[in-house]
Design a protein around this ligand. Sequence first.
Ligand SMILES: Cc1cc2nc3c(=O)[nH]c(=O)nc-3n(C[C@H](O)[C@H](O)[C@H](O)COP(=O)(O)OP(=O)(O)OC[C@H]3O[C@@H](n4cnc5c(N)ncnc54)[C@H](O)[C@@H]3O)c2cc1C
Length: 496
Amino acid sequence: MQKYQTEVLIIGCGAAGLTSALAALERGATTLVVERSCYEERGGNTRWTESLFMLKSGQRNFELRDEFWGSYAENSGYHTDPDFIQEAAKDYSNWHPNVKTAAFVDPELLSVFADNIPPTLEWLAEFGVTVDMEGLSHPYFIKVPTLPCLNGGGLQVIENLTPEVEKRGGKFLFETTASELLLDDMGKVSGVKATTKNNEPVEISAKSVILASGGFQGNPQMLVQYMGPQARYLRPVAKGGYYDKGEGLRMALAHNAAPAGDWSDCHHELVDPRSGKAEALVHIYQCGIVVNRWGKRFMDECPSDFSEWLEEPCKAIKAQPGGVAYLIYDDQLHSADYQGWRYGVRSEIAPFRGETLAELAGQIGVPAAALEDTVAEYNAACVDSDAVEYGAHEPATFDFGGQATQGLAPNKSNYAKRIEKGPYFCYPLMASICFTYGGLRVTPRAEVLNFSGEVIPGLYAAGETVGMHYGHYTSATSVLRALVFGRLAGASAAAV
Ligand SMILES: Cc1cc2nc3c(=O)[nH]c(=O)nc-3n(C[C@H](O)[C@H](O)[C@H](O)COP(=O)(O)OP(=O)(O)OC[C@H]3O[C@@H](n4cnc5c(N)ncnc54)[C@H](O)[C@@H]3O)c2cc1C
C-alpha cells in the first residue's frame, strides 16, 4: 500500500480545496490535495461556473447586495424553534448544543461568511484571481440584476491557484479518491484511506483533514436516498458535478458529524435534456406554455415573483412522468422584431418545429389531440392576448401588468398570449442540479461539529460540504462560500 504523510490534507481540488491549501501553506503547514479527477479535469463544479457574485456592481469595495441578507433571512430554515433563534443572539460559545446543531442558517456563520468576503477577494487578487465588478449584462427580455463575476469564471481559480500551491511546496495526488477517515486512539482525525488507479489502496496520515469535496450531485444513489425517487431524473448541470459523489459528507456522517442544509433539496437549473453542454439553459418558458408527456399543462409559466422562476418550474417538471416537459411556443415569438429572448436559451440545439401543432406533437412524442386540446383551452382563457408583446420594448420587469389567463387550472399569471401562429416550436425541458444543499455543520472556524455540538478534532469543511441552504438558494453565493470557507479552513487546520 502507498503511504503519505502531511500536516494538512485536503480532499478536493475546487475553489474550496485550493484556497484551503494556499491558506494552510501561508501559515507554514505542509499540504497535500487529493483529487478524484485527472489533472486536466480537476476543479469539480468550480471549473464550469461563470461565477457570478451577489455583490453590488460598479463598486470597488466588494459590497454585498441587500438581497444577500433578505434571501438568507427568508430561507433560514423551516419552523425554527423561536427559543433557538433567541439563543442564537448570544455569544456563540454559550449556545446550547441543540442550537449549534439545529437545522437553520446559523447567524454566526452567516456573519462570518459575509465579513470575510471582501478580505478573501482582496487576498485572491494577490494570486491573479480578479473580479469583473461591472458584471455580466445581456439584453435579455427580462430585467435581471447585473452581477459582478470572476474574470475567466471559476476556471481562473483553478488555473491560477494550482501553480501557486505548487510554487509554495503544496503537493497533489490526482486520480485518487478518499473514502474513509482515520482516527487515532483519542478520537482525533488522523488521515484518510483512499484508492488510486486500479483501486490500489492509499493511506494518508495528517494532523488535520479538510473536506472540500463538493456535494453529492454526481451520486445517483445518494440523490434518491435523500431527495426521493424524482431525483432519479436529475443530472449535474455541467460535467464537473459528476465528480462530486458525496464521499466527503459520508465520511463525516459516519463519525456522527452534524448535518446542515436541506438534504432533500438542491439548487436546480432548467436545461434542454438533448444538450451535453454546461448550463444548456432554456429560460423562455414565460413566452409559451409548458406541457407534460401527456400534453397537459401543470404549472404557472409566468408568475410575477422572480424567485418562483428559478426552482419552482424545476421542481414541478421533475415531478412529471419521466421528469420531462415541453415548452410550446409559436412564430409570434420566434420571428418577433425583438430577439432579446434568445439570451434565455443556451442550448446549442435548435427547437423542434412543426407547421401544425399535430406535426410538432408527433416529433416530441406527445399525443396530438391532447396537445391541440390544451392549446385551445389555453387560448380561450387568454383574455387580452393582443396586449402581450413578447419583449417588444425595454426588458420587462417581473410585474408584467397582469395579463393573466382566466378560468384555467393552473392559470398563467402573465404573458398570456394565444399560441396560434404557425410554425410551432418546442424545447424539451428537464431539471438539472447545480449543487446539493445537504452538508455539514461547522463552527465559524470551519471545524466540523458532531451531533452533540462538539468539534470533531482535526476535521474541517469548506465549500459545498458546508450546509447553508433551506428553500431557495441565495443566488451567486456558492463560489464565495467555497473561497471564504476554504481560506478559513486552511488557516484553522494549519494551526493544529
Ligand atoms: C455550470 C455552473 C454554474 C454555476 N454558477 C454559479 C455562479 O454563477 N455563482 C456561484 O456562486 N456559484 C455557481 N455555481 C456553483 C459553484 O460553482 C460551486 O458550488 C462551487 O464552485 C463549489 O466549489 P467546491 O470547491 O465546494 O466544490 P467543487 O468545485 O465541486 O470541487 C470539489 C472537488 O472535490 C473532488 N472530489 C469529490 N469527491 C472526492 C473524493 N472522495 N476524493 C477526492 N476528490 C474528490 C471533485 O473531483 C472536485 O474536484 C455554478 C455551478 C455550475 C456547475
